[in-house]
Design a protein around this ligand. Structure first.
Ligand SMILES: *Cc1c(COP(=O)(O)O)cnc(C)c1O
Length: 361
């Protein structure tokens, strides 16, 4: 049996079935139905947020966020993220400008952001990579000083808190993904979060074709809605969140114990952070060591992933070619080890034995 980097959580089937029966009874499948409303309410409660809109996926969340803030020109962003962070910027006809990452947190480095600001800069789009908080205070100060908007791609950040608040509470808008591979999922899905009621109104309109009533429209919109079936999966999974988070913590600690004698680097968390253990990235001493570990694990049907490689600055539609040497270096050496609720200690011990063995050569 293969051990992949992740495995989607599935609730007991009977729990989902109950929601499906209700959907059949109501014959209401999508368009802001009762389960979508219930999911939004429960997510806001769980996360301690005032506003949150459930959308079709994390990519459309980013696109709607960029559109809602009416961003133009250059957006300073991180080269160390999933491709959707960069592609959304280009999709919305803006220009991604890469600022190199911090070698300890692997998040965008605020000092490098300042270097990249021009008169064409309209915003900062930063990812809380692996669920590790960005330096939100410094980014906020830079944004205020230069009159820039801030969007956080918080696709990895569900359940991480910083200074007692959900990471979704930072920035003008935070977006997230509820894709099946994420810690909390709705099969496909995502959300946009803001603290500002005026921005919320624009986001809500844009999610639904620009409708303000059945016959009236205000501004351009898109179909960013999500369905009752997806909401039902979210409602089921919410009931299991505590066990999901707890198992990831326990499994991560097992990795920590097994790997502590090896020269591997782990992302540094800031003070006042409660981490969600969304991923288990390790950075080896060299790309050669990384490739040797991958080969050894693959031979034993273990499939870790090179999240995130290559640097997003290397995409053929990114015109800004400013070097990002720290990102390039980390990207070449980083590996995300398998981490999911049903992974066992025995499997982790086996993976770690293989890593120990391949690093000896
Ligand atoms: C998963 C992910 C996305 C995209 O989310 P989808 O729901 O798959 O569209 C965007 N950004 C990051 C950092 C992600 O990990």
């Amino acid at each position: 049996m293969n051990i992949n980097v992740t495995k989607p959580f599935l609730p007991p089937q009977a729990e989902y079935q109950k929601y499906v029966s209700d959907i059949w009874a109501r014959e209401w499948l999508t368009n802001n139905g009762p389960l979508v409303n219930e999911l939004e309410l429960r997510l806001k409660e769980w996360l301690g947020l005032d506003h949150l809109l459930f959308v079709a996926n994390g990519t459309v969340a980013l696109q709607i966020a960029i559109k809602a803030l009416d961003l133009k020109g250059e957006i300073i962003t991180t080269p160390f993220s999933y491709v959707a962070t960069t592609s959304s910027i280009v999709w919305e006809n803006c220009v991604p400008v890469m600022a190199d990452i911090c070698p300890h947190s692997f998040n965008i480095d605020p000092a490098r952001i300042e270097d990249r600001i021009t008169e064409n800069t309209s915003a900062i789009l930063a990812t809380h990579v692996y669920g590790t908080p960005c330096d939100v205070e410094k980014i906020e100060r830079i944004a205020q000083r230069h009159n820039l908007k801030v969007i956080y791609d918080a696709a990895h950040a569900f359940g991480t808190t910083y200074r007692g608040k959900s990471l979704f509470a930072f920035g003008d808008i935070a977006t997230t993904s509820f894709h099946a591979t994420k810690l909390f999922h709705t099969i496909e899905g995502g959300a946009v979060v803001t603290q500002h009621p005026e921005i919320l109104k624009v986001l809500a309109r844009m999610r639904n074709f620009g409708h303000v009533s059945p016959t009236a429209f205000d501004g351009v919109g898109i179909n960013g809605k999500n369905s009752e079936f997806h909401a039902a999966m979210g409602l089921c999974n919410l009931n299991h969140l505590d066990e999901i988070l707890q198992s990831r913590r326990t499994l991560s600690e097992r990795y920590d114990a097994n790997l502590k004698t090896l020269p591997v680097q782990r992302p540094r968390l800031p003070d006042n952070c409660s981490y969600n253990h969304a991923y288990y990235p390790v950075v080896f001493e060299s790309e050669k060591a990384n490739l040797a570990v991958i080969e050894a694990l693959n031979l034993h049907n273990v499939f870790p992933r090179r999240y995130f490689f290559p640097s997003l600055g290397s995409l053929n539609y990114v015109t800004d070619k400013t070097p990002t040497p720290i990102c390039d270096d980390v990207a070449s050496r980083v590996l995300c080890l398998p981490l999911y609720h049903s992974l066992s200690f025995e499997e982790i011990d086996m993976i770690c034995r293989l890593i120990h063995r391949s690093l000896k050569y």
